[in-house]
Ligand binder design. Sequence first.
Ligand SMILES: C[S@@+](CC[C@H](N)C(=O)[O-])C[C@H]1O[C@@H](n2cnc3c(N)ncnc32)[C@H](O)[C@@H]1O
Length: 256
Amino acid sequence: MNTPSQYADSANLDARIELHRRYSLNPQTWFDWLFDRLVIPDTSHILELGCGTGELWRVNEGRIPRGWRMTLTDASEGMLATASRNLADLHEPFAFIPVDAVAIPFPDHTFDAVIANHMLYHVPERQCAIAEIRRVLRPGGVLFASTTGAGHLQELQDALDAIGAGHALALPEPSFTLETGRAQLGEWFPEIRLERYPDALLITKAEPLVAYVRSLLNPHQPNEAALQRFESWARSEIESEGRIRITKDSGVFIAS
Ligand SMILES: C[S@@+](CC[C@H](N)C(=O)[O-])C[C@H]1O[C@@H](n2cnc3c(N)ncnc32)[C@H](O)[C@@H]1O
């Protein structure tokens, strides 16, 4: 199945979620904020593509309407196994199925809503995936597609560039962003609204930031020398300034 190797299991995603959990300034977490945006009828069948570790549902345990039925999918079986373990105690109607977003194995008009949370930028054949989402949505159904924008983690990339590690540790440039997503969804969804989530990271320890940058490296060619340079920079910055501030720029397209 078509999944980036960084997601063979949940370790890389866990490192990223952990950094956001510990150091985000917005008291409302991303997953809580996103859940607020899921305006979906009380009786609905929901498909999540690229569900990762199932964090959206774990964080919002207790807020899930009784009439919702959730089909959680991911192209990575390792990720899906973690999601299934993480949600085992929730006693909600979850199904876990390996699915590549470019070939969704469900009939036309199956779902009332589709959630693609920070995942469409990983799909090279994105137009194919968006067409598939449209196909499996019922008439009047809604797609929630979240992603990041141009300012996301800008100070982190600037720091990597300044210490000469920008090439070795370059942050990925998403191909589906808050700036470019509307045009990509527009072919299939006539109505699109964008909501932005205001936040930043105020980081006071070097280790989780280094783990975050490590999680983005090619596991087959990790550039340890560049990573060590970055770690020294992060430690001295925190020692002298007490913290490192990094902008977050994320949001969700609500398309129908
Ligand atoms: C950045 S993670 C986001 C996970 C989760 N939605 C979250 O926000 O915590 C991206 C997820 O998309 C999955 N993924 C990547 N390409 C995919 C594809 N073509 N079809 C389905 N899932 C895919 C990855 O395995 C990974 O779990």
